[in-house]
Design a protein around this ligand. Structure first.
Ligand code: PEP
Length: 287
């Protein structure tokens, strides 16, 4: 990652928020001095792919390729059926385990659902909530996603919370209002402290699995917009600490340009996470 990006990413919130020197001096308060350490976070969303044997082969191939990487947090999110085996294979490594979804109850008569407690039991640290495929194919709405997010956090999971606009929404000039609705309603009722365990994944729906990627400028523009939304609702410290991943056809070829932008803090990767060498190359681009 270029040195200047590293400097900006780790600067004090007053500086990274673009306040003037005088504002910075006037606002300086040693008690509130927090280093906005946003370590890049790259996660692979395997979706409904890979039998258990294939999942194990993939993580075994990945482990040596990223074993030396300490500067990037990383996770893989296999299908439910592979979680237990992959969790065991990842024990003691620098790769964390995530699920792709979680339900809003601890246990009981909820046929087909999986609880956060069950995910923790097989070694998950993370779950994805609000992926566009769940919003648009499975019809999960903002209020339900907010419930899922809050319940997962309450149970001890960390959450990658996905947001993103459809192509028609972007073309119709509705992108900002859609993203604002998803962020405000998704994070409703939460505190700044809750956000310590949340990462936002900006995934424009038109870029997911299409081969079409947002340009670094498009991603940066949206990430700044989202960070400002967090600032408005939760304050400057929470905003400066919030990691915002980009997702949508990330590949080894575009990862370096995207991660070089100040507000792009990592990636949620679909297709390219299904091959150990391409996923490792994306992780290494962030190191
Ligand atoms: C995703 O589904 O989260 C995703 C970003 O997919 P892809 O990288 O394949 O576009």
């Amino acid at each position: 990652m270029p040195y200047i990006t590293v400097l900006r990413r780790y600067l004090h919130p007053c500086i990274s928020h673009g306040y003037s020197n005088n504002d910075y001096r006037n606002n300086f308060d040693e008690e509130r001095y927090v280093m906005a350490l946003r370590k890049p976070f790259v996660a692979g969303n395997w979706k409904m792919n890979n039998l258990v044997g294939e999942s194990l082969a993939l993580v075994e191939a990945l482990k040596p390729l990223v074993a030396g990487v300490a500067a990037v947090d990383m996770a893989v999110c296999p299908a439910y059926t592979s979680l237990h085996a992959v969790g065991k294979a990842l024990a003691g490594t620098n790769i964390q385990l995530g699920a792709q979804n979680a339900y809003v109850k601890e246990s009981g008569a909820y046929t087909g659902e999986i609880s956060p407690k069950m995910l923790l039991d097989v070694g998950c640290a993370w779950t994805i909530i609000g992926h566009s495929e769940r919003r648009h194919i499975l019809g999960e709405a903002d209020a339900f996603l907010n419930e899922k997010l809050r319940f997962s956090l309450a149970c001890g999971l960390k959450v990658m919370f996905c947001i993103g606009e459809l192509l028609e929404e972007r073309k119709d000039g509705k992108m900002e209002s859609v993203l604002e609705r998803q962020v405000v309603k998704g994070l409703e009722g939460m505190t700044a402290a809750d956000l310590d365990n949340v990462v936002i994944a900006y995934e424009p729906v038109w870029a997911i699995g299409t081969g079409e990627t947002a340009t670094p400028d498009q991603a940066e523009e949206v990430h700044v917009f989202v960070r400002n939304l967090i600032d408005k609702s939760f304050g400057a410290d929470a905003a400066s600490k919030m990691r915002i991943q980009y997702g949508g056809s990330v590949k080894p070829e575009n990862a370096s340009d995207l991660i070089s932008r100040e507000n792009v803090d990592g990636f949620l990767v679909g297709g390219a996470a299904l091959k150990a060498d391409s996923f490792a190359a994306i992780i290494n681009a962030c190191a």
